[in-house]
Design a protein around this ligand. Sequence first.
Ligand code: ASP
Length: 449
Amino acid sequence: MKIAKFGGSSMSHETQFRKVRSIVLADPARKVIVVSALGKRTADDDKVTDLLYLIYAYLQHQVDWTPLWQRVTERFIQVRDLLELDFSIEEQLAEIEYQLKQKKVTLDYLVSRGEYLTAQLMAVYLDYSFADASQLIFFDHEGEIDFQQTSQAVQQKYQETQAIVVPGFYGVNPAGKEKLLGRGGSDITGSILANVLQAESYENWTDVSGIMMADPRIIDSPKVIEEISFRELREMAYMGANVLHESAIFPVQEADIPIHIKNTNRPQDHGTKISNHEVEKENGLTGIAGRKDFLSITLFKRHMSDEIGFIWKAMSIFAKHGISIEHIPSGIDNIGVIVSAEAIADKLFLITKELKEKLGVEEIEVIEDLALISVVGGPHKELIGLSGKVLSILNQLEIRTSVLSQGAQELNLIIGVANDQYETVVKGIYEGMVKTCVAQTPNGLTSNS
Ligand code: ASP
């Protein structure tokens, strides 16, 4: 049995509903379907979820919310009509409108209605049963998922009815009220269901054909990563590659269930498979991700390396000021501390002062406008070749790196360059490693693979 989750872009209008139906019916293992709320039909359209957030804000500020609500209702009615479904969505809409007029709605109730209504339409269209997330996904008093209660409820439901559509994005708190999982939370719903039902796989259907090897805003049509491990994905996501909701990873990783990212608009494409398995990659490269706007603070002190607890004391000063540390590249008598420029902005002066006064740091060098690029590699034996290639590319590009660090698990190589060289370096590494991955042709010439 597979869990198939369809995001907002897969549910944006009637034509997308038709694609989803043919995908679901093409594989009888697709028994549990999770949906997001109707998404954007065009780039400048609104997601139903965003409209609902806005309606709530209008309601709080006594602004007339009815025109926005009208837009929401029209969208649901239009999908129902175009699909010719025998379903009175008007009744459901009237109930929500009544609650709005009474000012009885909570934010979580109102916003979750996008998924609630979308799932009902999809259930009728697929001829599956609708299973409300407020009967399945339970939060505990700490606001965490209560896996035991959730597991019991989901398994019972699945035994009764083996073809269900579940609205993503919310569950229910111990007081019986709807509670959201946070933006993009339908990914988490799918992942929880996969865990508790021990699904064979968790399919996450979206509008791209998988995770790309590099940012498509920098690289024109980058290659899709066909297989990636959860650990590699974490490296990519941490450094800015935005694919799945982060909290959606843990429940499936723990249960050893693979995630398959697929494109609703191009179901024939392979997509990306994410699992605990690490596969060898061409040239040892999994992907390149990065972020701008870091700051590097290098601390120098003679015989620092002989002083027990120096790093710990230095880190405590950052911790005391609530600064999270991204990397600590170190030398013999110096250590670098890399932090987000925004986070440290107001505290830099105080922190450097304390480092000098309390720890006797002799010199502090601050490098601003730093971008970090993470070159993520596959199984670590391949990383040996990877580092060499990356360094020779940087050399050819004549780029000065102010940080160069390899993670202890040898999964990635972090390079720090000036913000304004970020794009050039990402392009250089991608082109140097992916496009020049060449095959010998019979006449001895080479061609791009
Ligand atoms: N519709 C919600 C959002 O836009 C949840 C989701 O799509 O996962 O954040």
